[in-house]
Write a protein that binds this ligand. Structure first.
Ligand SMILES: C[S@@+](CC[C@H](N)C(=O)[O-])C[C@H]1O[C@@H](n2cnc3c(N)ncnc32)[C@H](O)[C@@H]1O
Length: 352
């Protein structure tokens, strides 16, 4: 952390940005969803501010407040009465990571965010009540409304998807025949495995609701004979991971748990692993990202875990995970940092 050099005037301004952040956020989401930002973008610097309302079918008042908000947030600039989308505005309109993050915040996190304090004090996802009465979001995933689930899945997949192809190369360098995909969710990774290697088989282990969704997807994709399913609650010490895997794969899974719970899960993996089984942990770690936008998004994601997911998990720093691996009687035999320019690092582990 560098010594702070900010002036008092600027510091006070930064503090106001935090104070007004929730309603500025909603103003920009509305501006995007009502088509105002797109209209300004398409006019390429020639959108006459006084006329925008007529073109987009809104009142002058509605456009004025959004445009003024966007201008102070540096989403648009206005020169001689004409509006133009800035680089920040361009990212809000066209960048996939930004789209996925904004929708996730708006659809999944926003309403429950007011329960942050209760979540922190009571170590439970107090904001989850806006969707249903479940102890964690995972029991409710298959029951979320279509829109909310879409935003949740797009967010989840965006971060792991790019890494999957490079990860396949890493995992298959050991020629596994049978891969266990713990926390396999909708089956995305398992389907990739089946497409990548025509002989490999996969077992998806997840909570019962997820298994039902994943097996339906597998059926539809024609992989029913290559993938089998094992409903399991990995937090229940009595539910053991079966033996027989050549590789145990966990992608964006361990960040769904507290450090104590990760220990329980890794010990369960260790008991299932034979001397030739590799355990792969693929995670976006906070402290080895190339870009500040990535680190910022991951730290923000921890707050989603606080209010909606389970109230006790987060995105981790890499050393924390290395230590938990050691504690579970395993060792990290190789590390693959930020594979394929993604956000993810793979820790390849083995029992000691
Ligand atoms: C963030 S998703 C990971 C999805 C996928 N592996 C990927 O990389 O995109 C976490 C998955 O863990 C599952 N999960 C959460 N808690 C679990 C538990 N206690 N036992 C088994 N699976 C669990 C969820 O149902 C969900 O499918």
């Amino acid at each position: 952390m560098e010594q702070e050099t900010i002036s008092a005037v600027d510091a006070k301004f930064e503090a106001q940005k935090i104070a007004f952040a929730p309603i500025f956020f909603q103003a920009i989401v509305s501006m995007r969803d009502l088509g105002v930002l797109e209209y300004i973008y398409k006019k390429r610097g020639k959108a006459v501010v006084a006329d925008i309302h007529k073109e987009v079918g809104l009142t002058k008042y509605a456009v004025d407040v959004m445009v003024e908000a966007a201008e102070v947030m540096n989403v648009i600039e206005i020169i001689d009465g004409k509006a133009k989308v800035t680089k920040v505005g361009f990212y809000l309109l066209r960048d996939e990571m930004t789209r996925v993050n904004v929708n996730f915040m708006n659809d999944v996190c926003y309403e429950g965010a007011k329960e942050m304090r209760a979540s922190l004090e009571e170590s439970r996802p107090a904001g989850l009540k806006v969707f249903g009465d479940w102890p964690t979001v995972y029991e409710g995933l298959s029951k979320l409304s279509t829109d909310v689930r879409k935003s949740w899945l797009e967010f989840d997949h965006f971060y792991s998807q790019d890494a999957f192809d490079a990860a396949l190369e890493i995992v298959f360098s050991e020629k596994p025949d049978y891969i266990f995909d713990i926390g396999g969710n909708t089956g995305k990774w398992s389907f990739k495995v089946c497409e990548y290697n025509k002989d490999a088989k996969v077992k998806i282990l997840d909570l019962p609701g997820q298994i039902a969704m994943a097996s339906k997807n597998a059926e539809e994709r024609g992989f029913a004979d290559r993938i089998d399913f094992h409903p399991i609650n990995m937090l229940d010490k009595n539910q053991l991971v079966p033996k027989g895997a050549d590789a145990i794969w966990m992608s964006q899974f361990l960040d769904c748990f507290s450090e104590e719970e990760i220990s329980v899960i890794l010990e369960n993996c260790a008991q299932a692993a034979g001397p030739d089984t590799y355990i792969y942990i693929m995670e976006p770690f906070i402290d080895n990202q190339d870009y500040p936008a990535a680190e910022y998004s991951l730290v923000g994601t921890s707050l989603y875990f606080t209010i909606i997911a389970n109230g006790n998990s987060k995105m981790y720093k890499i050393q924390v995970m290395r230590d938990l691996v050691e504690k579970a009687g395993m060792e990290v035999v190789e590390e693959f940092p930020l594979i394929a320019d993604s956000y993810h690092t793979i820790l390849k582990c083995k029992v000691k």
